[in-house]
Write a protein that binds this ligand. Structure first.
Ligand SMILES: C[S@@+](CC[C@H](N)C(=O)[O-])C[C@H]1O[C@@H](n2cnc3c(N)ncnc32)[C@H](O)[C@@H]1O
Length: 302
């Protein structure tokens, strides 16, 4: 509910949301926050419990709100991720809960999810129930997107982190897709999803892939995303992606589709890895900014 404007001319001026938001944007810009105006507005919307801030500029700020907003702006100034402060992020059509200790889903991964969704939808259109496995599921964005956008699919999500598994369960319940199978497991285990070997239609993954000498410069990533989610292991950061490819090789049925996100510089290495693992029809897919960010490959039909 919006509040009105102050009527008493003798009263001290009451701050309006427009002034607070403008001031916050200046503070965040000085701290080097990449999208200061957007973040200031998002924090104000969070304090007010609104999805959007349309028409809020002239509204008076209640005393309690000003203090809460100032606290959040200060934490953002110190580069806590916006998503941790507001407790959620958008991913495709979903609003996912996020929390410290679990990787914050990124927009580029929406493209990776799209490839898996397109394949699952293609199979579902033939009257089948495609089996889709999301390895390294984090907060569950890919798995839950597939389950909600292709309701005929059966979805399995796996992560090593107990916090990620809990969060995927929570996000799946919020999205109303209780039928997802969610497991805590290590993709490096040869027994991973042993009951599904050779039966999966799509394996999709955004695994950790950053090499050890490429520590992210953004404090939001470096200091707040868990190391387990960032660093892929080995000199090239591809130990985990190689384990994911090996798992996909075991789990997929002949002709099944493998989709995996990687860093831009890893495109050739990812195709080589897939070739070595026995995949065909190797393709590199760009993200929305035109950077080569995902491998798509098929398991040989025979
Ligand atoms: C880059 S995050 C991606 C999360 C999610 N797929 C997304 O796109 O938002 C990588 C995830 O891999 C998980 N992970 C790391 N090592 C793993 C392993 N050996 N087995 C299974 N999951 C692992 C991490 O816990 C983290 O959630």
């Amino acid at each position: 509910m919006m509040r009105g404007v102050t009527q008493d001319p003798a009263a001290p001026p009451v701050p309006r949301w427009r002034d607070l938001i403008d001031g916050a944007a200046r503070i965040l810009a000085e701290a080097g926050v990449p999208s200061p105006a957007h973040d200031a507005r998002a924090l104000a919307a969070h304090v007010l419990g609104l999805e959007r801030l349309i028409g809020i500029g002239a509204v008076e700020v209640a005393p309690g709100e000003a203090a809460v907003f100032a606290g959040l702006v200060d934490r953002r100034r110190l580069r806590e991720p916006l998503q941790h402060l507001v407790g959620s992020t958008g991913f495709r059509h979903l609003v996912l809960a996020v929390e410290p200790g679990v990787f914050v889903p990124r927009p580029e991964t929406e493209v990776v999810a799209q490839v898996a969704i397109d394949e699952a939808a293609r199979l579902a259109a033939r009257g089948t129930h495609p089996l889709v496995v999301d390895l390294c599921c984090g907060a569950g964005g890919i798995a839950i997107s597939v389950a909600t956008e292709v309701p005929a699919s059966h979805v399995v999500a796996v992560d090593l982190s107990p916090a990620a598994v809990r969060l995927t369960r929570r996000n799946a319940a919020s999205a109303g897709v209780g039928a997802i199978r969610i497991e805590q497991a290590d993709v490096r285990e040869v027994e991973l999803l042993a009951d599904l070997v050779g039966a999966v239609d799509v394996v999709v993954s955004n695994p950790p892939y950053i090499p050890p000498d490429a520590v992210p410069v953004e404090p939001e990533v470096r200091d707040h995303d868990p190391d387990l989610a960032l660093y892929g292991g080995g000199l090239d950061g591809l130990d985990l992606p190689r384990a994911v490819a090996a798992a996909a090789r075991r789990l997929l049925r002949p002709g099944g589709l493998f989709v995996m996100e990687h860093a831009e510089v890893q495109a050739a290495a990812a195709r080589e890895m897939a070739d070595d693992a026995g995949f065909t029809d190797l393709l590199t897919v760009d993200d929305l900014t035109g950077r080569a960010r995902a491998l798509v490959a098929r398991l040989s039909p025979a």
